[in-house]
Write a protein that binds this ligand. Structure first.
Ligand code: NAD
Ligand code: UD1
Length: 338
């Protein structure tokens, strides 16, 4: 079966293309390269020894989507393409709503016309309201997002579940990711953020490699075991394997299902710093600063539903995540751009 992967040149997309090829799926990618480098796809092909098909272009381009569906027999779509920087979404709300919502609307319009109605969507733990008890279950309250990025995820969930409700031939799988970090163990593909990283792990690796002076730990007065924020970090290879499991589930189960993709375990910022230093034997200077506005103290998943219905569980631990993140960064100090 061929899987159309939108945003397949990106961080999670490239790792998922690799796992799909390893499992003998045909892979067709559409990506406008607005936040990625096509070298990621070259390296996926090099690592697997298999070819994929790449269309450079925008998911909002109706003619291109028609061409892709005409030229390839697609059995399932994984929709990663989207803008994802929380702070930027506050500054550029129109661009975020346009890109993230119109891409989904155009994609599902063309899918409906060609009669291919299986779609997996990259949602986020950010759709859960901040007042929930931990761990977060798929039934926990959603909404009350604090930024346009979060709203685009929430709204896309509404759009896709509404489509599946109205037409029972659709099969929609909404995957809520927790905090993806790490890289393929080869060190050939990984996360390559543009500009100053917003997220913790890419900031840590850039400090360790000497691109940044020190890490700022955003607050040590939270109600957690050491006062720093706690998150459910998940290895990107585990996450990619979760998508392969989701393809198998989606093509066999019409309707709409939501799944958490997390490990179920939370680690603090200082847990991350200490593990990174120990596993990699590198210096990692940090200072404690004020809390980052909008941050919550603790966030972690209950992954039981994914284990039960997808037959998927994260297998890699924090040491694996720290080792593989560093292996990628030290072998590619400037990401794909060197
Ligand atoms: P990424 O930026 O590395 O990948 C997204 C890819 O989509 C990029 O290659 C970009 O060029 C492409 N793209 C963006 N808009 C496009 C468009 N209109 N047409 C074609 N291509 C387009 O991000 P990622 O970390 O791999 O995330 C993938 C998805 O998962 C995103 O939807 C993101 O919001 C979601 N997600 C990511 C995280 C995370 O922490 N990385 C957490 C939760 C959800
Ligand atoms: C961020 C996004 C969230 C998104 C998620 C996954 C914000 C406000 N939220 O959440 O919408 O779904 O990424 O992509 O951006 N930290 C530091 N120093 C740093 C960076 C982070 O101490 O330089 C801390 C944070 O305060 C937090 C933890 O590290 O406690 C993880 O931060 P981050 O990687 O940005 O992820 P989230 O806060 O979960």
């Amino acid at each position: 079966m061929n899987v159309l992967v939108t945003g397949g040149a990106g961080y999670i997309g490239s790792h998922t293309c690799l796992e799909l090829l390893e499992r003998d799926y045909g892979v067709v990618v559409i990506d406008n390269l607005s936040n990625s480098n096509p070298k990621s796809l070259d390296r996926v092909q090099e690592l697997t020894g298999k070819q994929l098909k790449f269309y450079e272009g925008d998911v909002r381009d109706e003619a291109l989507l028609r061409k892709i569906f005409a030229e390839n027999e697609i059995g399932c779509v994984i929709h990663f393409a989207g803008l994802k920087a929380v702070g930027e979404s506050v500054a550029k709300p129109w661009e975020y709503y346009d890109n993230n919502l119109n891409s989904t609307l155009m994609l599902t319009k063309v899918m409906k016309e060609v009669g291919m109605k299986n779609i997996i969507f990259s949602s986020s733990a950010t759709v859960y309201t901040a007042t929930n008890e931990m761990p977060l279950r798929e039934t926990s309250a959603t909404g009350g997002c604090t930024n346009p990025y979060g709203w685009t995820k929430y709204m896309t969930e509404q759009i896709l579940s509404g489509i599946a409700f109205a037409d029972k031939a659709w099969s929609v799988c909404l995957l809520r990711y927790f905090n993806p970090i790490g890289a393929h163990e080869s060190g050939r593909i990984g996360e390559d953020p543009r500009g100053i990283p917003n997220n913790l792990m890419p900031y840590i690796t850039q400090v360790a490699v000497g691109r940044r002076e020190k890490l700022s730990v955003f607050g040590n007065d939270y109600e957690t075991h050491d006062g720093t924020g706690v998150r459910d970090y998940i290895h990107v290879v585990d996450l990619a394997k979760g998508h392969v499991a989701a393809v198998e589930y989606t093509v066999n189960h019409p309707g709409c299902e939501v799944f958490n993709l997390g490990t179920g375990t939370g680690y603090s910022v200082l847990d991350m710093v200490h593990t990174f230093r120990e596993v990699n034997q590198v210096a990692l200077p940090y200072v404690i600063t004020d809390r980052r506005p909008g941050d919550i103290a603790v966030c972690y998943a209950d992954p039981a539903k994914s284990a039960e219905l997808l037959g998927w569980k994260a297998e890699k631990n924090l040491a694996d995540m720290c080792r593989d993140s560093w292996n990628w960064q030290k072998n590619n100090p400037q990401g794909y751009g060197e």
